[in-house]
Structures are given as structure tokens and as C-alpha cells.
Design a protein around this ligand. Structure first.
Ligand SMILES: [Zn+2]
Length: 332
């Protein structure tokens, strides 16, 4: 498998801007377009390479992945048992131009030539070809699940969404040189993966709707928050309920026991002497942050008295002594 230097193919630097990449693609696409070079296999191959290079470098997510891998390609190919510089470098398939297609090219659902290199397949075969049908559509609200800990602290959650951009070759018209544009298959659009970061505020409630944009001018996307149940905490509005194990001796004599909030911050709570099992201790202001941004709910610690087990002989003697004393006093 051959490493594809997409920068070299488009004749741009690694620091090229989106516009430079687009301009280079359009210039080269016009030059190597099969309609301009009928029957020229070299031009055809070159055109496919240009198309592939642009597909990667014009898509922020693919571009990033390519740059990350590019730096480690030798190491990567060794670890996967593949050869980075195979002299044969055979291409995965040799889909011929479909001359019955009005654009002169076989069209595919991925909106391009559908004939990319092995290198491309290796790097992006996890969905780029199915991109048009992935569930990451923008039309409907997306579910955003957070843990209670994340709801407590707030969290930034990255999402990948598929958006449609005007096709760079036909400028969104769907027509190129009097034919159906082969880059976008006449749709006038190129699908691209973009990353959005959704800011989930501290104290977010289940069912809250949040909005995020891929950039300043794009249509906002809606995300519906689902706060997952927590094994330790029960949430009622901004208040939290937690069971706190308390040793029998502490419940009887009083003392302190550690408690952690959902974010994992630990503190000690005072257990009054002779606290009954199930007693609730209210810790004001230690509940969930209020989504309004000011103040906190309360934390209710429910005492769960733990009876001692595996008593030593001496401990058993003491309990027996205690029973005698209480029995004698008529207090059981
Ligand atoms: Zn187009």
C-alpha cells in the first residue's frame, strides 16, 4: 500500500488554508478533467488522486486524522504489518468510468468517484463511504447523555455532525461544463464531518435542550440532555440523597464519617450520638448546583448503621455485659 501525500498531489503546503486547498483543487480538476483529456488514462488517474486528496484535506475531521497518521505512518504500517512504500501500490479497484452516466463518471452515494486508494480505505474505511447514511444527521435533535457527576460539574462534550457544504467544483450549481458535476453527483453539495462542542452547564436537568453551532454562522443544532441514573445518588430537583454507612459505635457514641459528593469531593459529616438507622442529616448547599447559576441544592445523608461482624471473644464479652446492664435497668 502506498502512502498518499495529499499535500503534494494538490501542490499545497501543509499550512495551506481552506481557500488555498479549494483553489488548488479547482485548478487541477479543470486541468485533469476527463472531458478535457478524453482517453488519457494518466490524466484520469491523476484526476482521481486529486479528488481523493481534496476529499480528505477539505474535511476538517479527515484532515486532522490524516495529519495525525501522516507523522507516524511508518510506525503505523509496521505495527499493522503493512508496507508503507510498496512499489506495486496496487489500487483497491479499477472502477471504469461509466460512460452512460451524464457526467462521464460513475456516481456513488458518497458523492465522489467512489474509487479511492487502499491508503484512503485503511484510514477512513470506518464510515466515510457510508457517511450519507450515518445516523449523525443534522435534521433531528440529538440525545446527549451525561453522568450525574458531569451534570454536577458541567462538561464540554464534542460531537461529530455531518453537514452539507456547497460543492467547490460547481459552486453548488450541480452542473459543471454543461454536465452533471461529477464531484457532487449533481447535488451541488459535499457532505463534511464537523466537530461541535456542546457546553453542558453545571446543574443541568434531565430533558434540558441545548444548542451548539459548528461555526458562528451555521444553523444551531439541538441536543437533548439525558442525565443517567447514578448508583449512589438519588436526585430530586437540586437536592441529592445518599446513603451513608455508619459503624454502630459511631451511631451510638457520635462521631464523624466521610461522604463524597457526585464530583468525588470528600468531606466529613458529624453524626450525633444515638443516631437511629435511617436518620437523615441535611447538609445545606452541598446538593446540585442550580442551573440558574447561583446557589446549590441540599444533600441529604441517610444513615445506614452497620452492625459489627466477626466479633472477637473480647468484643462478644462486652456486648454480653452491655445486654446484662440494659436488661437489669429495664431498658432492653
Ligand atoms: Zn458539484
Amino acid at each position: 500500500m502506498e502512502y498518499q501525500d495529499y499535500y503534494k498531489i494538490l501542490g499545497v503546503s501543509r499550512q495551506a488554508t481552506d481557500k488555498e486547498i479549494r483553489d488548488a483543487f479547482r485548478r487541477l480538476a479543470r486541468k485533469y478533467h476527463p472531458d478535457v483529456n478524453p482517453g488519457n488514462k494518466t490524466a484520469e488517474e491523476q484526476f482521481k488522486k486529486i479528488n481523493e486528496a481534496y476529499t480528505v484535506l477539505s474535511d476538517p475531521e479527515k484532515h486532522r486524522k490524516y495529519d495525525t497518521l501522516g507523522a507516524n505512518f511508518e510506525q503505523f504500517s509496521r505495527s499493522t504489518g503493512r508496507t508503507a512504500t510498496s512499489p506495486t501500490g496496487s489500487r483497491r479497484s479499477n472502477v471504469p468510468f461509466d460512460r452512460s452516466d451524464p457526467g462521464g463518471f460513475r456516481t456513488s452515494t458518497s458523492g465522489g468517484l467512489g474509487d479511492f486508494s487502499d491508503f484512503f480505505d485503511m484510514l477512513f474505511n470506518d464510515g466515510s463511504r457510508r457517511r450519507a447514511t450515518t445516523p449523525q444527521a443534522t435534521a433531528t435533535d440529538q440525545q446527549l447523555e451525561v453522568t450525574l457527576a458531569e451534570a454536577f460539574t458541567g462538561v464540554k462534550r464534542p460531537f461529530e455532525v455531518t453537514i452539507a457544504q456547497p460543492c467547490a467544483l460547481c459552486n453548488g450549481t450541480g452542473r459543471y461544463r454543461g454536465s452533471v458535476c461529477f464531484t457532487c453527483s449533481g447535488t451541488g453539495q459535499m457532505k463534511q464531518t464537523r466537530r461541535v462542542e456542546v457546553q453542558v452547564p453545571a446543574g443541568v436537568a434531565d430533558g434540558t435542550r441545548l444548542q451548539a453551532r459548528t461555526d458562528a454562522t451555521s444553523t444551531p443544532l439541538t441536543f437533548v440532555v439525558s442525565v443517567l441514573p447514578d448508583p449512589n445518588f438519588e436526585r430530586k430537583g437540586d437536592d441529592l440523597y445518599v446513603d451513608v454507612p455508619v459503624p454502630l459505635t459511631t451511631a451510638v457514641l457520635g462521631g464523624e464519617v466521610p461522604v463524597a459528593n457526585p464530583a468525588g469531593k470528600r468531606f466529613l459529616i458529624k453524626i450525633p450520638a444515638e443516631s437511629e438507622n435511617g436518620k437523615r442529616i441535611v447538609l445545606r448547599g452541598l446538593g446540585m448546583p442550580k442551573a440558574s447559576g447561583s446557589g446549590f441544592g441540599d444533600l441529604y445523608a441517610r444513615i445506614q448503621v452497620e452492625l459489627p461482624r466477626h466479633l472477637t471473644a473480647r468484643e462478644r464479652e462486652i456486648f454480653e455485659e452491655l445486654r446484662r446492664l440494659r436488661s437489669a435497668a429495664g431498658t432492653r
